[in-house]
Unconditional design. Structure first.
Length: 208
C-alpha cells in the first residue's frame, strides 16, 4: 500500500468518525456524567466493536449482511431497539453531571460503560457495511494482504479514537461554560431525544 492510498483512506475514516452518530452521543453523555477518564471506557468499547467488525470484514463474514436483506434487517432492528432503550433511560433519569458524591454514579461500573460502547458499535449495520465496502477499495491485491489489512484496521481505530476523545473533551468544555444555565434534567431530555431519534431513523431506513 502506497502513502497516497493510505492518506486517502485516513481522510475518509476521519470524516466518517467525525460525523455525529450514536457512538458520539453516548461518549458525550458519559463524559458529562462520569468525566473524561471514565468515558474512555466507552470509547474503548466502541473501538473494540470496530475491531470486531473489521475482522469480520477481513474474513468475509460481514459480506452476508451486504447480500442478505434478512441479516441486515435483523441487525438494524436490534440496533434501533438498543438506541430506544438508551434514549428512554437517559430521558427518564436525566444526565447526572459529574458529581463524585452521587451514589448512583458509583453503581455504574467501568465494565458497564465499556459494554454500552461495544453494543452501540456492534448494533450499527451502517458501520458493518462501511468496513466491508471501504477496505477493498484500498487493497493492492498484488501485495501481501495481511499487512495492508492491519494498517487499515489500526488507522480506522485510531481515527475513531481521536474523534471520540475530541467529542468527550468538547463536552467537558461546554459543560464548564453552561453548567450554571443548563440542568442535568434538560440535558437528559436533549440526549434522550437524540438517541430515540437515531433509533427511529435506523428503524425506518431501508437504504443499505
Amino acid at each position: 500500500m502506497n502513502f497516497e492510498n493510505w492518506l486517502a483512506f485516513c481522510s475518509i475514516a476521519f470524516i466518517a468518525a467525525a460525523i455525529p452518530g450514536p457512538a458520539i452521543l453516548l461518549v458525550s453523555t458519559h463524559s458529562l456524567q462520569f468525566g473524561i477518564l471514565r468515558s474512555l471506557m466507552t470509547v474503548a468499547g466502541n473501538i473494540t466493536g470496530l475491531f470486531i467488525m473489521s475482522a469480520c470484514s477481513i474474513l468475509g463474514l460481514s459480506a452476508l449482511v451486504m447480500v442478505s436483506s434478512t441479516a441486515f434487517t435483523a441487525i438494524k432492528i436490534i440496533g434501533a431497539i438498543y438506541l430506544f432503550y438508551m434514549g428512554i433511560k437517559i430521558w427518564r433519569s436525566g444526565v447526572q453531571l459529574n458529581n463524585t458524591n452521587n451514589p448512583k454514579q458509583a453503581q455504574i461500573t467501568t465494565w458497564k460503560l465499556y459494554m454500552q460502547g461495544l453494543m452501540i458499535s456492534l448494533t450499527n449495520p451502517k458501520a458493518i457495511i462501511f468496513t466491508s465496502a471501504l477496505f477493498p477499495q484500498f487493497i493492492v491485491v498484488s501485495e501481501p494482504l495481511l499487512p495492508q489489512f492491519l494498517i487499515l484496521v489500526v488507522t480506522l481505530m485510531t481515527c475513531s479514537f481521536i474523534c471520540l476523545l475530541s467529542y468527550s473533551l468538547l463536552s467537558q468544555n461546554l459543560k464548564a461554560g453552561s453548567e450554571k444555565y443548563v440542568s442535568g434534567h434538560i440535558l437528559g431530555k436533549v440526549f434522550g431525544s437524540a438517541f430515540i431519534s437515531a433509533g427511529g431513523v435506523l428503524a425506518i431506513s431501508t437504504q443499505r
